[in-house]
Design a protein around this ligand. Structure first.
Ligand SMILES: [Ca+2]
Ligand SMILES: [Ca+2]
Ligand SMILES: [Ca+2]
Ligand SMILES: [Ca+2]
Length: 419
């Protein structure tokens, strides 16, 4: 530090000390007011509390100053009352500091007189707890067990907690709850509990993605002010899929429910002949439900091929005399979950001689022809009945006309019939 600078600092403090000696500074006085009071609200009587002559206040230029900033208070030079110059927001002046103290100096001149005044601004519950977002997202894995704990975003309240006095209202002490009415109406939110102090949500049971994908509920944050304030957040819950379903074989499926089937094909089919298609279903989604097929067992690998995506089984070559008449294939169907689940299907392929195939085909044709002739027979009977009914209706009409007293009508009918 330069010598000149040191001299300047020493001179500054010396002048300050001299002014202090010259001035008549007294002990400080202390007032308190609540925030948000109207302009003009009286804080205290400075003249009375400091023992000043009210008649000389104006003459001596009595005023209050608050450091370098504009004072929020003003003194009346006629009666010495200190009053609020503008509305004070405690959260703006002191943020979360407690107590909130504003230091003022009451200054009088001729002779210079300085008095220190401290005004404490008391909190009122003028802020509701608030969540940073109006909506929150909660992802819950369907594999989450009951008792799963999920932390919800904390709500904030700019008012202060008066921890020094537990009996006093605590304007920013927040408690959380899920409204009772909502718990009664929304069966899904009744499956959740919330810790009132921490806001931690606890799942009372596990969820099943396959039956419930999403639901919504509200969390209310309430402060502990004498007249409490609250706000709420909408929580959108998304149940996340897990691989909790194994593939289910839809075909082949025999009468007792096992995934086994027999397929007969002529021995003379060419390579590429479609033997059958294994069909399977998985209730999960995405990779957890994406199925791949593979041959787990096959009597002859050169004979049959399996499409890993479609489950189609086709012949790979023509059959020869030496190929057996029956082939067993075991197909593995696997999903693509992280821990994959699987099922198996068994297909027995029987090779039948072309003659047998033709014979089987002939039997089918005969049955089909029989069916067709039966249909024709029933059609003829129906047509005959309709025609008979029509003729009978005409005869009845003629008889009715003849039975009328006017002969002319009868003659007319006969004449028309002759024509
Ligand atoms: Ca509050
Ligand atoms: Ca407040
Ligand atoms: Ca699942
Ligand atoms: Ca699955």
């Amino acid at each position: 530090m330069e010598l000149n600078e040191r001299k300047a600092i020493i001179a500054y403090y010396a002048v300050g000390f001299l002014l202090l000696l010259l001035s008549n500074a007294s002990a400080q006085i202390r007032y308190s007011i609540t925030e948000e009071v109207k302009q003009g609200t009286v804080v205290g009587n400075i003249a009375k509390d400091l023992g000043l002559d009210t008649n000389s206040l104006k003459e001596r230029g009595c005023r209050v100053v608050a450091g370098s900033t504009e004072s929020l208070f003003q003194v009346n030079q006629h009666d010495g009352l200190l009053y609020v110059k503008e509305i004070i927001d405690r959260e703006d002046v002191c943020e979360r500091t407690s107590p909130c103290l504003i230091n003022l100096k009451t200054v009088l001149e001729n002779p210079l007189e300085i008095h220190y005044v401290v005004v404490e601004v008391l909190d009122v519950n003028d802020h509701s707890p608030s969540f940073s977002e109006k909506e929150a997202r909660l992802d819950i894995s369907e594999s989450g067990l009951p008792g799963l704990r999920i932390q919800l975003q904390a709500a904030r309240d700019p008012d202060v907690v008066k921890a020094s006095d537990p009996d006093e209202n605590t304007n920013s002490l927040i408690s959380y709850n899920i409204p009772r009415a909502e718990r009664e109406d929304n069966k899904h939110s009744s499956l959740l509990n919330i810790n009132p102090e921490s806001g931690v949500i606890v799942a009372l049971k596990s969820f099943d993605f396959e039956t419930l994908k999403t639901f919504q509920f509200h969390v209310v944050a309430t402060d502990a002010g004498t007249i409490s304030r609250n706000s709420n957040v909408t929580v959108n819950v998304f149940i996340l899929d897990d691989n909790d379903n194994a593939p289910v074989i839809m075909y082949p499926l025999n009468a007792n429910g096992s995934a086994e089937g027999v397929e007969e094909i002529p021995r003379n089919v060419n390579a590429g002949h479609l033997v059958t298609k294994v069909r399977a279903y998985d209730a999960d989604i995405g990779y957890n439900g994406w199925l791949l097929f593979s041959l787990l067992e096959v009597t002859d690998h050169s004979l049959f091929g399996l499409d890993r995506y479609t489950g189609q089984i086709r012949t790979l070559r023509s059959f020869t005399e030496t190929d057996g008449a029956q082939h067993k294939l075991v197909i593995l169907v696997k999903d693509n979950g992280n821990v994959s689940l699987s099922a198996t299907a068994t297909v027995v392929v029987k090779l039948v001689e072309p003659k047998e195939a033709i014979a089987a085909s002939d039997v089918k044709s005969v049955l089909k022809a029989d069916d067709e002739s039966n249909v024709t027979f029933y059609l003829m009977i129906t047509l005959g009945s309709v025609s008979a009914l029509f003729i009978a209706s005409i005869i009845v009409l003629v008889v009715m006309q003849c039975s009328k007293p006017r002969e002319l009508a009868c003659r007319q009918v006969f004449t028309r019939n002759k024509l």
